[in-house]
Every structure is written in structure tokens, then in C-alpha cells.
Design a protein around this ligand. Structure first.
Ligand code: PMP
Length: 525
């Protein structure tokens, strides 16, 4: 029998096939995916990819699937756009309760729902720019008001004419009459209009990953995902993570000013005002796709200060790190990074829904945004109800799920660190927090085994090792989106001691293969 033609991502599936990873799974529960063997029997595979982080509660959590069935059986409205959504408000209430707990003193946050992580990123980017445009408008209204007041004062003789026009480009002479002053105000307005056209700049961190849509891909550092589309999106400037001085310097380089007039001590003076050109900074508290890299508390504190000085909103992308994966609901709470925006996705859908959320601090929230941003599927009845149930499960028993994520994570990390000590020649690093873990192998581009060397040089070593783990040990691991020597391990909170032991056995064999440069099991697992 010939295989059916592939229409859906045939190239990618074919590539997975070269590593024996084009497996069709037919059932899933907790951390296990099942495929069928030739006799039709189920073959269990330990799934450590965890739906790229969307399975904090595992595959098909029984309470979530039972609730989903109940919603469908009772005819719960899935699409009732433009109506009241108290369930969505309850999701907001739970999230606000968590925020208040993890960031004591935080003000309330409004919620905009979206469908995917990248879409939440784009909603945040749009909101940042919407907010910036409104701040620009207020700034110009204020300047116009000041100009009017100054002109009135000059005409009334209560303020002297400005004697210094050096802030205006060109050799503009100081005005000698009220009419000349009015003309000068025209020149100031023209100058400001020129500046008003300055395009906004966003900041993101090197190694960042924020999605792959037209806008969000601009914030994703890896040029593989960005370069071909750079002409399509907003200007994003990347700065190194954990280097606040570099950020401060870059912000200073972007500084743009406009001119205002002030009446002080009986004289009109021209003054510079900062023009809001920096529209936002977006960060992941722990870079996931970038290779499991944590931001430091010191960096977070300095960045917060710099952003406050220039009124630049801080968008904290918790799409991968959030929902308790790191032992707290918000990974940013470990480093005390208070965001103006928080983004959630992945596990918010409980492993079966597709939903995401953008939270905006109310003092920065622009309610008019709701009139210009929407999606047919966002805030749908099904996913939103599932999100609420998921949050309730996570919050149950005083957040036992978060403690479990921390405890299971520590246990896995301890096991991996033991392996790193046992195989210091082949393990470069073990990094992570809670159930967001990276196991990094040493560079094999000089390996004596041609198979290992070639795969390393092609940046495909983790696929080859992942293939071996899958075929020989029935363990599914994933790569990160940028470190070609790292296996990423993102299981659900249900991972058992036996499953951790299974991982240890598999990884021990991988380390032995690399140590002895014995590629045979890789080729014939
Ligand atoms: N932000 C982060 C931090 C992510 O890890 C991801 C996905 N890996 C995204 C955004 C994009 O989410 P999605 O794939 O749902 O669009």
C-alpha cells in the first residue's frame, strides 16, 4: 500500500521522518502519548515536550475533559460575541487575585483575550503603540496650550520675548515683536511636526522568542524566523539580556525631543521635552526558546527604573513561563519584575482550548483599544470556561500545583545535575526552574565520530539524540528554537519518579554514546 500524499507541512513531516519522529499518536494522557505498532498495539511514549509548554496539567486532564464534555452536552454558547461574558470577568478576577498575591500592592489589570501566544504579543504591541500615539497627542495638546498662553502673555506685556532660540535648528533670530514671536511659534510647531513622524522603537532581548506572526516575529531574535520578514514589521532593537547598562545606553541613543515654550520669571523660554519614541520593552523572565536563560533580579530592577523614567511600558511575556510552571504562577515574581503588561497563553487553555490573554495595568490601560482590536474567536465561550476551570485547578489547595511544579522540577534538575557530574565531558550545562528545563550537551563539532560530528555541524545533533531517545527509550524530547545542543524538558506536574528514572536511563545512554563516540545506536537504535 502506498503512503497517502501529504498536504499538511509535508516538508517538515518528511524531515521529522528522517529521524523516525513522524509518528502518529492516537491517544494521550498525563505525560504519555500512544502510537500503534504494526500489530495495532499501543506503544506508550513519555512526552517531555509537553505541547511546547501547553500541558502543565498533562494531556487530557480528566477534570478538564469532563468539564469540556459537560459544556458541549449542555449547549454552552461557544460563539456569542458582543454580549456579556461574566466567565471572562471571572478569569480576570482569578488572575488579578494571583497578581495581588505574587506582586503585593500591584494595581488591577484589565484583560484582553486572544487565541494564541503570538496573537497576545501582537495585541500588546498594538496596545503599546495605541497608548504611545495617545501620549503623543496629549503632549502636543499641552504644547499648543502652552504656546497660546505664552502668546497671550507676550501680547498682554506680562511676559518678555524669548531671547534664546538656539534649540531651533538653523539660525533663527530671536523675535523682536509679538508678531515675530507668533511666527516663531509656527516654526516650533513645524519642527515638532517633523519629530512627530518619528517611527516608534520597541526593545526586546537578544535570544528572545515572542512568536512567529508578522508583528511578533520581529521580536523573535533568531534571524532564521525573522530575517525574511523584517521589512514587514515594527522596528525592534535587541539588547543583551542581563545588561541594564546596554539597555540604558540604547535608550539614550533613541532619545528624541520636541520643543515647548514656558513662561518663567516673566520671560518666555524655549525648552526641550522628551518625545515618547520608545513604545515598549518586551521580556521573558526566563527565555525558553532562547535556551532556558533566566533574567536576574538586579537587571529587572534597573530595567524597571529606566522604563519608568521614560514612561516605557514593560511587557512581560509569560506565555511559556507562566501558569505556575516555575513554581510560582508568574515566573517574573521570582525576580520581582512588575510588568505593565503580562502575557499568558499555552497552558491557559488547559491542554485542550486555544486561548491567550494580555493583561494591562489599569493606569496604563486604554479602554478605547477595545473598539479597535478584536478577533472572531477571542474570548469564545468554550476556551474561556476551560481557562477558568484550569485556573481553579491550579489554585486549588493553596496552589498545590505550583508546589508540585517546583518539587518535580527540583527532582528532575537534581537528577540531571548528577548526570552532568558523571559526564562532565559531554554535558555542558543543566539549566531551568520548575518544569522549564534545558539539558545542554557540549559542542560536538569536533567529534571523532563522523555521524555525531556531521549532525553537530548541521545543527541537528539534538534531533539525532532525540530520535535515539524516542526510538530506543520511548522518550519524546524537544529542541529549543535556538540552541542546537540543548534538549528541552517541559513535562506536566504529573511526572512520576518512574518517569524521571526512565529519563535518567535514556540520558545516561546518550551520554555514554557521546563519551565513547559510539554512533551505532544512533543509527540503529
Ligand atoms: N512567547 C513565548 C515566550 C513563547 O515561548 C511562545 C511559543 N513558544 C510564544 C510567545 C508564541 O506562542 P504561540 O506559539 O502560541 O503563538
Amino acid at each position: 500500500m502506498t503512503a497517502p500524499t501529504r498536504y499538511a507541512e509535508a516538508l517538515l513531516t518528511g524531515m521529522l521522518g528522517t529521524f523516525g519522529l513522524d509518528v502518529e499518536y492516537v491517544r494521550a494522557e498525563k505525560n504519555t502519548l500512544y502510537h500503534l505498532d504494526d500489530s495495532g498495539a499501543e506503544v506508550p511514549v513519555l512526552d517531555l515536550v509537553g505541547g511546547w509548554g501547553s500541558l502543565m496539567l498533562g494531556h487530557n486532564h480528566p477534570e478538564i475533559t469532563a468539564y469540556a464534555k459537560e459544556l458541549l452536552d449542555t449547549g454552552w454558547p461557544v460563539h456569542s460575541q458582543h454580549s456579556a461574558h461574566p466567565v471572562a470577568d471571572r478569569v480576570g478576577a482569578v488572575l488579578n487575585g494571583i497578581l495581588a498575591r505574587e506582586f503585593p500592592g500591584a494595581e488591577p489589570y484589565s484583560v484582553i483575550f486572544a487565541n494564541s501566544g503570538a496573537e497576545a504579543v501582537e495585541a500588546a504591541v498594538k496596545h503599546c503603540e495605541f497608548d504611545r500615539a495617545l501620549r503623543v497627542k496629549s503632549l502636543f495638546e499641552e504644547i499648543e496650550w502652552h504656546a497660546g498662553t505664552a502668546l497671550t502673555a507676550v501680547r498682554a506685556g506680562t511676559a518678555a520675548l524669548p531671547d534664546d532660540t538656539s534649540l531651533l535648528p538653523g539660525d533663527v533670530p530671536a523675535p523682536a515683536t509679538a508678531d515675530e514671536f507668533q511666527a516663531l511659534l509656527g516654526a516650533v510647531a513645524a519642527h515638532n511636526m517633523g519629530r512627530a513622524a518619528t517611527s516608534p522603537v520597541f526593545f526586546a532581548l537578544e535570544r528572545a522568542f515572542h512568536g512567529k506572526l508578522v508583528g511578533s516575529t520581529q521580536f523573535t531574535y533568531n534571524p532564521l524566523f525573522r530575517a525574511a520578514f523584517a521589512t514587514l514589521g515594527p522596528a525592534v532593537r535587541f539588547v543583551p539580556p542581563n545588561d541594564a547598562a546596554a539597555f540604558e545606553k540604547a535608550v539614550a541613543e533613541e532619545r528624541v525631543t520636541v520643543l515647548d515654550v514656558e513662561v518663567a520669571d516673566g520671560r518666555v523660554t524655549l525648552v526641550e521635552r522628551a518625545f515618547p519614541v520608545v513604545a515598549g520593552l518586551i521580556v521573558e523572565p526566563i527565555q525558553g526558546e532562547g535556551g532556558i536563560q533566566e533574567l536576574t533580579g538586579e537587571f529587572a530592577a534597573r530595567v524597571r527604573r529606566i522604563c519608568d523614567e521614560i514612561q516605557c511600558p514593560v511587557v512581560v511575556d509569560e506565555i511559556q513561563t507562566g501558569m505556575g510552571r516555575t513554581g510560582k504562577f508568574f515566573a517574573s515574581s521570582h525576580i520581582g519584575l512588575l510588568g505593565d503588561y503580562y502575557l499568558l497563553g499555552k497552558s491557559l487553555g488547559g491542554g485542550i482550548g486555544k486561548t491567550s490573554a494580555m493583561l494591562v495595568r489599569q493606569s496604563r490601560y486604554r479602554p478605547e483599544f477595545e473598539l479597535v482590536h478584536s478577533s472572531t474567536f477571542a474570548k469564545d465561550g468554550f476556551s474561556t470556561a476551560i481557562a477558568l476551570r484550569t485556573l481553579e485547578l491550579l489554585e486549588a489547595e493553596d496552589g498545590a500545583a505550583y508546589d508540585r511544579a517546583a518539587e518535580r522540577g527540583e527532582r528532575i534538575l537534581a537528577m540531571l545535575r548528577e548526570l552532568a557530574r558523571e559526564f562532565p565531558d559531554v554535558v555542558a550545562d543543566v539549566r531551568g526552574k520548575g518544569l522549564l528545563i534545558g539539558f545542554e550537551f557540549a559542542d560536538q563539532s569536533q567529534a571523532s565520530s563522523p555521524v555525531i560530528r556531521e549532525k553537530a555541524l548541521a545543527g541537528l545533533l539534538v534531533f539525532q539524540l532525540g530520535s535515539y531517545l524516542q526510538l530506543a527509550h520511548r522518550i519524546r524530547t524537544g529542541p529549543t528554537a535556538s540552541v542546537p545542543t540543548m534538549l528541552r524538558i517541559e513535562p506536566s506536574i504529573h511526572i512520576s519518579d518512574e518517569e524521571i528514572a526512565q529519563l535518567r536511563t535514556g540520558l545516561t545512554e546518550v551520554c555514554r554514546i557521546l563519551r565513547h563516540q559510539d554512533a551505532l545506536p544512533l543509527v540503529l537504535p
